[in-house]
Write a protein that binds this ligand. Sequence first.
Ligand SMILES: [Zn+2]
Ligand SMILES: [Zn+2]
Ligand SMILES: [Zn+2]
Length: 440
Amino acid sequence: MRLQNVISNRRPEFAQIGKYQALRVSHQGRLANVDPNTVDIIIVEDESTLKAILKNDVLYLKPLFYIGDTRKECDGTFNVDAPHQIVSKVDVLTKAIEEYADLDLPSDPSDRLLTKVLRYLISRKKVLKPINTRLSSIGYSFPVIEDMSIESNPLHIIKHLNAFSSQDYFSRQPIDKINICYDCNSSYLNFSECCTKCNSLDLKTEELVHHFRCAYVGPQSDFMKDEKLICPKCDHQLKHIGIDYDKPSEIHTCKSCNHSSQETKMKAKCVDCCKENELEQLVTYDIHEYRPTEKAVAKSLESTKAQSFGIQSEEEHDLLTNYGAFNMIKSHEAKRQSIANTSTFEMIMSVEDKILNGLNEGMQMAMLQELASIIKPYLKHNDLIALDRDRNINVLLIDYTSQENEVIQDTLHYNLNKMLMDNGWSNHEIISITSRSIKE
Ligand SMILES: [Zn+2]
Ligand SMILES: [Zn+2]
Ligand SMILES: [Zn+2]
């Protein structure tokens, strides 16, 4: 549920490191309000913030350091006791990302992803290397591109990367092969031998022994007498492998159906969905590492002259409707209501003045925007949210029944207040919600 993505009241901390302005973000909730022009370095301490920064279309190229173990998708570890250790690295990175400072991003999602990944890799002189992880269903994850993409399925990521490679943006080098389950695409497979006749796993496997002298061949158990190997055909003792006898292969006897054979069948049971795959059913994928090409360098420097999204991401851009436009649509809806048999409600949500007045203007905006982003998933697709001059969140609930209107009002009132109290903003309810039909 989105409510877990809650507001933290910890503000980002700024610090001066050499000539650089460093921003330490302890919670991604604050990112919406960061002005990229005032930040030279970003320091994070949790993985979700790191991912949020790589996803962010304005901040993704900033020198990014992690407090704790170094992760592949950042520029290094930040040592709180020796902050200046990073300065020389930041010098290099700052120079490298300057190239992209005035370039916008394409609006086509796939082109945009490619451009971001290329700018990141090229500015870091990095190759995109998959890493082994049990957290991925295919046993590999693709750092950076996975964080920048909205795609969470690693096979789709591979598809994107291979498409980019066939357009000559990457040269790729195979590093592994994976086999995945026919039903669920997982690579957690357990291979075992079974009977070729009845599929049972209950096999007794023995070595075959071949006596040179008399040419008798049989399972080793035929030869065992008092811990010695005695040939059942000619009664001679077999002493030296390679001189008296050899072991040409194995023989498998099924304890379920008694079938004996030198062959077995291999099956691959999926740990995730329990499907018993025949080997022919497994799908094989090559895992590559991807190195940006000359063409990629040119691509990364292309300016698209497309829509620039400014500081807000696309999602945030769509979140709020301009208050003037909101009012126009509201009066249009009011007129429509008197003709059609529909009802539209205006919900007004206010945060207690005492709380808002304790924040500076930027923080007030950030808080209201964050609340709006939490409300959004509760609404229907074409409902509108706007902020008015009195710092209220206005929501237009289009075509709701009175009951639906009441339910959403109660739900939001309860959930938002609980969330803010749980996060230590206050010990009492600080959000009030009123709602009215907009019928003229
Ligand atoms: Zn069998
Ligand atoms: Zn013999
Ligand atoms: Zn499976």
